[in-house]
Design a protein around this ligand. Structure first.
Ligand code: FNR
Length: 346
């Protein structure tokens, strides 16, 4: 019998699958259109897919496997499959929150498998933004991690019956970012951020910010299903979509890498996120769903496809470097996103 915390991790995996279609019923990146050029004036071989992640870290492609799981037997199997694909395709991979492994040594193998399967790749550990410095150091050490993600998840916690009810994170983030030797990335978990949040995080000294907006995995739906006391179904549409959150982040003008996650489900979404100012993209639910419904071979093919398609889409925009997308491929917005940008003065 697995611990309650491990059972919770398994419920996240099964509920992410159960609610996949409902959470992905609308796709906010449809609100963003790129303008075609008939004259790219470049070759696909001119494209360099490398992008900065955080600090000095560089990714070989502008997307990576975003934080998902760890802590149970099912999580161990999934992390092994994901880490093998990360190693094969030279993609960075973030773990699910390591906190369970710091409390329970039997949960460690489901995380360390990621480093074992991918000894030379970029591995990103993950903890809550309230983590102590000792826990942050222990999480990095456990995985020999190259960076640490710290998540902000107030909406998720509030829907959880056993969740936190006090949210004071900024001072702790400042302390962790200053004290750790690896870069710190602060991320939401699918509700997005606003301009002021992004500015505050940059001022606190975090090296990169992942806006993780609405449009993909929806923790209001997932945790509401786990909550048998109260009903939070009214929060199903809560938060900024990923395109909205990217516009908020762009307006904050931090100069730090801005990472997009939340509903990224095609190479075109990656390009659109880049056009909105993202320096890279994290993909969680879309890849997990393929793994859970069609298996590792199907995910292998999907990732290979993204890597083949991305340089061609960049060339189609006449862009040789991902970072040039915001200048070269200024997007056109559908009325809803346009109205959001106007009303928020973004
Ligand atoms: C997550 N996510 C997540 N994030 C985090 O910072 N720590 C975590 O432990 C988890 N756990 C987790 C479990 C499962 C099953 C999923 C699908 C996701 C959130 C994830 O990293 C991301 O921010 C959101 O899921 C939005 O991206 P997608 O899923 O729409 O691509």
């Amino acid at each position: 019998m697995e611990s309650r915390q491990a059972q919770r991790k398994n419920e996240h995996l099964s509920l992410a699958r159960k609610y996949y279609d409902q959470a992905h019923a609308s796709h906010p990146f449809d609100q963003v259109r790129l303008v075609h050029t008939a004259l790219p004036e470049m070759a696909v071989t001119d494209v360099d897919l490398k992008v900065p992640l955080a600090g000095q870290l560089q990714l070989s492609a502008p997307f990576y496997l975003e934080a998902m799981t760890g802590g149970s037997q099912t999580a161990l199997t999934i992390n092994r499959q994901l880490a093998r694909l990360a190693a094969k395709h030279r993609l960075a991979m973030a773990t699910g929150s390591v906190s369970i492994a710091l409390k329970d040594p039997t949960a460690r193998a489901s995380f360390t498998v990621i480093r074992e399967e991918n000894p030379d790749g970029i591995v990103i550990a993950n903890l809550s933004s309230g983590a102590s410095l000792a826990d942050a150091r222990a999480a990095v050490e456990l995985l020999d991690a190259d960076a640490l993600e710290l998540h902000l998840n107030a909406a998720q916690e509030l829907v959880m019956p056993e969740g936190d009810r006090r949210f004071f994170w900024l001072d702790n983030l400042r302390e962790l970012a200053a004290a750790l030797t690896v870069p710190v990335i602060v991320k939401e978990v699918g509700f997005g951020m606003n301009k002021t949040d992004v500015a505050k995080l940059a001022q606190a000294g975090v090296q990169a910010i992942n806006v993780s907006g609405r449009g993909g995995t929806n923790f209001a739906l997932i945790e509401n299903r786990r909550n048998h006391g109260e009903d939070f179904s009214s929060l199903a549409q809560w938060g900024q979509t990923t395109p909205e959150a990217l516009l908020e982040a762009r307006a904050a003008k931090t100069g730090r890498p801005i990472i997009a996650s939340g509903g990224i489900s095609s190479p075109l979404d990656v390009i659109k996120a880049g056009a909105l100012g993202a320096s890279s993209c994290g993909v969680a639910g879309y890849f997990l769903n393929i793994l859970q419904t069609a298996g590792p071979k199907a995910l292998d093919q999907e990732i290979a496809n993204w890597l083949a398609v991305l340089p061609r889409l960049l060339a189609l925009q006449g862009v040789s470097r991902f970072a040039d997308l915001p200048v070269m491929a200024a997007p056109v917005f559908a009325p809803e996103l346009y109205s959001y940008a106007q009303q928020r003065h973004l």
